[in-house]
Every structure is written in structure tokens, then in C-alpha cells.
Write a protein that binds this ligand. Structure first.
Ligand SMILES: Cc1cc2nc3c(=O)[nH]c(=O)nc-3n(C[C@H](O)[C@H](O)[C@H](O)COP(=O)(O)OP(=O)(O)OC[C@H]3O[C@@H](n4cnc5c(N)ncnc54)[C@H](O)[C@@H]3O)c2cc1C
Length: 528
């Protein structure tokens, strides 16, 4: 019998396998795709790129790996990250325990045997002592149920399920539906090829310039010379990478100083903007100063005032939907060949065989790109029929929204772990840092159980309820719940509106998890 089944071979599943092997435990990974890399295997759309800097967005568990691998750009593009994932799989000989092209459909706890039975779409039925969900927070691609969605006769793509061959848009009329991060990255590149791009926008996003560039060799040398310390700081930081964080309130500094600070951060580019002042994510008034700055930037870049106005976010605070990072996004709307269509006022009526219809107007296109995102954080878990003690179904347990202990474990589901599950910092962080933390915690926990001859570990309901309450409380001290975001489940009709990630900060959260372990797994019931 296997010690563990791991579901998913993205960065989480790969490292989990490596750690378990290091403990001498047996594991099999099931992966729906035909290769490793998860997000970076599926999201091959033009412009797909990391918005955390390359020297930060990489594994830290092997000094040799982090020294030998060379990133070429400040922000890595998808093909390079996928090469990196493949390099890791080869270097640590991971593939022999990964079954590709296999989707896990069920995980059922067998009370008598004290094991999980994991079923797949290929007919596998595999017993294992532990089941570890490395299924990804942003892996369950969604297309809204537009009337006529399947009637379109041209080519259609989802950014999160992009073909493996390059897609040529030369001379074509293309609809891009959605204006989240994937759209913001891909629209400038699609517009360079296409005859015309129609962008269907429901909610405008705040996007920072990336100022991407080849990686400065001097910077690379300096980080590699102190990588251990660089990683330590990242682990103890709020978001999993170190960014210059001011201790001031935006409301206590003079206006000119504040504008200068915003300008400096805009010119630096990337995600560090929200760290400009301590209260940007807690005070609406403070946030308004930053949001105003953004709107002025958009109006300065986009020549047509009506288009600029439509691109300006106005009804939710900056940073409460994931800040985007772009190259030439706003300037792309200065092209005559790009048209922005507001589908907030008049939602998409229908997809027709030849295009997209809004307010009685049909936009005829050859191709549709759905940049419509994911059923975030819970979608991939709930796609699996997961049943714990007494046949309790996860889908039923989570009817009112996800409930976990530490985002790692679920009461009633012994020996089941979720890597970067809801209730952990996950999507609010540099995710590789959060992944490594969870994997290490789970591996250490399994080693502890073995050393103490314990067979099961299970979150108690009391600890879970206290954690859920804490996650909620902390979330509601911020402005985050004000935005109808995928953090809140708002992009999926009928999904409960719960702020799913834990905003307490990566460093504090790690301490909390370590304390739980140090106290003999406080809040868990351990069984012989
Ligand atoms: C376009 C995009 C850009 C991103 N940019 C950043 C960024 O800049 N910085 C950052 O920190 N994070 C970013 N992320 C988040 C990214 O998902 C994580 O950084 C990281 O790659 C997640 O790794 P993972 O292994 O947890 O999940 P994933 O990479 O999503 O891997 C999960 C794997 O599980 C498989 N799987 C799921 N369900 C099943 C099943 N039932 N059976 C079998 N296999 C299954 C999937 O096929 C997938 O391969 C981005 C995400 C997207 C979509």
C-alpha cells in the first residue's frame, strides 16, 4: 500500500513527492495534464508571465538547484517557467512516480481500513494512507454560461487551457472576453497580430507596469551570493517576497511626498505598490489616494477620454482584486484596431455562430479568447468526490463556503491535506513560498506520526471553527471584502461570498503553523 497519493503535478505536487521520497515514504502522483508544471503547463497564452520576480518565484529547497538555474528576465515568461518545472522533474527524477493524463475523480475514506481509496477517470482505484491535494488554487478554468456559448463556429480558446502549438491571430478579428490578469497580459500581444481586437470588459482592473527587462547579471550574482538569507526574509515577509514597506500612513504624509512615492513605485513597476503605506488596504480614504493616482496614469496614457474613463476602476479599492502587472496594456487601447466594449452596463446577450452580441449589436469575429478565469481555491477540490468519515461529502460540508483548519486540513477528513488550501495565505502570496511551507509542514507531520507510531491525524471541529472565525475576522479588518473578486467567490454564480485566503501574512502564518506542530499538533486529534 502506498503511503500517499498526491493529486496534481504543479509546483506543489512535485515538491511534495520529492519530500516524501526523502522520508523513505512511497507516493504516486496523479496529474490530469500530460506534463508537469500545473499553471505553467496549462496557461500558454501569449504574454503569460509571472508577476513575482524570477529570483523570488522559484524553489528554495535545493541550494544546488537555485544556484545552477539561470533566469533570463526580471519576470519570467511561461515557457521559461515550464522549462524550469521540467528541469526540476528531471533533476530529481520525479516522473517515475507521476501518472500523467489521469484525472482523480474520487477520494473516499475507508473507515475500517483507515485508508483513502483514490479513483481516477482511467479506472485506477488506489488505496493510500494519506491523500494530499496539490490541485491548485487557479486550475479549474471557467467559461460563464453565456447563451449560445457552444454555437460559435470559429476558433475559441480559454487562456487557462491554451493549445500547445502557437496560435496565429494574423489578420483575424478576435474577441477577448474578460479583463483580468490573463487578458491584461495577452491583449497587447494579440493586438499586435490581429486585424481587430474587441475587448469585452465587465470590471476594469488596476494594472501596474512591469518594466520587464533582461535579468541584471549583477543582481543575479548578488542574490545568489546570499540566497539563503534572501529566502529567509521572503519566508518571514507578509507576501512571500521582500518589498520596500513603509511604516507610514498615507494620510499622515504631505500630498506631494505621497505623489512622489507613488510615482517612484510606478516607475519601479511590479506588485510592491500596495506596500507604499500601511493603511492602503485598511482605510478607504488612504486607498482613494492611490486609486486616484492610478486613474490619472490611465488617463495620461489612453488618448480617447471615453475609453480611458471606461478603463478606470472606480467602484472598488485598489489591491482588493489582485493587482495586475502588464506590458503596454493601457497603451494598446490607442490602436485603431482595438475596441473596448462595456459589458457591465449591457451584459453579453449571446455568443452567436459568428460573434458576440451586446445590446443588440453583433461584433463579428473569427476567434474568441475566453479570459474568464477560474473557480478559484475550491473549484479543483470540489470537482473531486471527496468523502470523509461517515461518508461526509466535502461538497456538502462546504455548501456555505470552505471551512478548514489552517487551510491545510478539514475536520471529518482524516489524513487528508490541501496544499495552499482556502484559509491559508496562498493566492495573496508568492505562491512558491507558501507551497514550500505547506509541503514541509505536511512532510514533517507525516514523519512525526511515523516516529510516534500514530496512524491518523484529523483537525478537530473546534480548532477548525476557531480558525475559520479568525480568517474571517482578519479579512474583515481590511478592504478586501468590498470588491466582488474571485477571492470572494464573486466570479462564479451561486458560489458563497466568503473571503477565502488568510490575510494575516505569510511570516505570521508560518509561525502559527510551526507553533501548532511544536505543541504536538494542537487542534488536531491524533489516532493510533
Ligand atoms: C495565469 C496565472 C498566472 C499566475 N501568476 C502567478 C504569479 O505571478 N505569482 C504567483 O505566486 N502565483 C501565480 N499564479 C498562481 C500559480 O497557480 C501558483 O504560483 C503555482 O503555480 C501553483 O502551483 P500548484 O502546484 O499549487 O497548482 P497548479 O500549478 O495549478 O497545479 C495543479 C495541478 O493539479 C492538476 N489537477 C487538478 N485537479 C486534478 C485532478 N482531479 N486530477 C488530476 N490532476 C489534477 C492540474 O492539472 C494541475 O496541473 C498564477 C496563476 C495563473 C493561472
Amino acid at each position: 500500500m502506498l503511503d500517499a497519493v498526491i493529486v496534481g503535478a504543479g509546483f506543489a505536487g512535485m515538491y511534495m513527492l520529492h519530500r516524501l521520497r526523502g522520508l523513505g515514504l512511497t507516493a504516486r502522483v496523479f496529474e490530469a495534464g500530460t506534463g508537469v508544471g500545473g499553471t505553467w503547463y496549462w496557461n500558454r497564452y501569449p504574454g503569460a508571465r509571472c508577476d513575482v520576480e524570477s529570483m523570488d518565484y522559484s524553489y528554495s529547497f535545493s541550494e544546488e538547484l537555485q544556484q545552477e538555474w539561470r533566469w533570463t528576465e526580471r519576470y519570467s515568461a511561461q515557457p521559461e517557467i515550464l522549462r524550469y518545472a521540467n528541469h526540476v522533474a528531471d533533476r530529481f527524477d520525479l516522473r517515475r512516480d507521476i501518472q500523467f493524463g489521469t484525472r482523480v475523480t474520487a477520494a473516499i475514506w475507508d473507515e475500517r481500513a483507515g485508508t483513502w481509496t483514490v479513483g481516477t477517470d482511467r479506472g485506477d482505484s488506489v488505496p493510500a494512507r494519506f491523500c494530499i491535494m496539490a490541485t491548485g488554487c487557479l486550475s479549474d478554468a471557467q467559461v460563464p454560461a453565456f447563451p449560445g456559448r457552444d454555437s460559435f463556429a470559429g476558433r475559441s480558446f480559454h487562456t487557462g487551457r491554451w493549445p500547445h502549438e502557437p496560435v496565429d491571430f494574423t489578420g483575424r478579428r478576435v474577441a477577448v472576453i474578460g479583463t483580468g490578469s490573463s487578458a491584461i497580459q495577452s491583449i497587447p500581444l494579440i493586438a499586435r497580430q490581429a486585424a481587430h481586437v474587441f475587448v469585452f470588459q465587465r470590471t476594469p482592473n488596476y494594472s501596474m507596469p512591469a518594466h520587464n527587462a533582461p535579468l541584471d547579471p549583477e543582481y543575479e550574482r548578488s542574490v545568489k551570493g546570499r540566497y539563503a538569507e534572501f529566502r529567509r526574509q521572503a519566508r518571514e515577509s507578509r507576501v512571500g517576497f521582500v518589498t520596500e514597506r513603509s511604516g507610514d500612513s498615507a494620510m499622515t504624509v504631505p500630498d506631494e511626498a505621497r505623489e512622489r512615492e507613488y510615482e517612484t513605485r510606478w516607475n519601479r513597476g511590479g506588485l510592491g505598490f500596495s506596500a507604499a503605506y500601511t493603511d492602503l488596504l485598511t482605510s478607504r480614504e488612504a486607498n482613494d489616494t492611490a486609486a486616484r493616482f492610478f486613474r490619472e496614469k490611465i488617463r495620461a496614457i489612453v488618448r480617447d477620454p471615453a475609453v480611458a474613463d471606461l478603463l478606470c476602476p472606480k467602484d472598488y479599492p485598489l489591491g482588493t482584486k489582485r493587482l495586475c502587472v502588464d506590458t503596454d496594456y493601457y497603451a494598446t487601447f490607442n490602436r485603431d484596431s482595438v475596441t473596448l466594449i462595456d459589458v457591465r452596463k449591457d451584459p453579453i446577450e449571446a455568443i452567436t455562430p459568428t460573434g458576440v452580441r451586446v445590446a443588440g449589436v453583433e461584433y463579428a469575429v473569427d476567434d474568441i479568447v475566453f479570459a474568464t478565469g477560474f473557480d478559484a481555491m475550491t473549484g479543483a477540490l470540489l470537482d473531486i468526490d471527496i468523502r470523509g468519515r461517515a461518508d461526509r461529502r466535502l461538497a456538502v460540508e462546504w455548501t456555505g463556503g470552505p471551512r478548514t483548519y489552517l487551510g491545510l486540513a478539514i475536520a471529518g477528513f482524516p489524513n487528508l491535506f490541501a496544499i495552499t488550501g482556502p484559509g491559508s495565505p496562498s493566492v495573496l502570496s508568492n505562491m512558491i513560498v507558501s507551497i514550500e511551507q505547506h509541503v514541509d509542514w505536511i512532510a514533517d507531520c507525516m514523519a512525526y506520526l511515523r516516529a510516534h507510531r500514530l496512524a491518523t491525524i484529523e483537525a478537530t471541529s473546534a480548532a477548525q471553527e476557531a480558525w475559520v472565525q479568525h480568517v474571517n475576522e482578519v479579512g474583515h479588518t481590511t478592504l478586501y471584502p468590498l470588491a466582488p473578486s474571485w477571492y470572494m467567490g464573486a466570479n462564479i454564480p451561486g458560489k458563497p461570498r466568503v473571503f477565502m485566503p488568510y490575510i494575516g501574512g505569510v511570516g505570521l502564518y508560518r509561525q502559527k503553523c510551526d507553533e501548532v506542530a511544536a505543541k504536538g499538533y494542537e487542534g488536531f486529534a491524533l489516532g493510533a
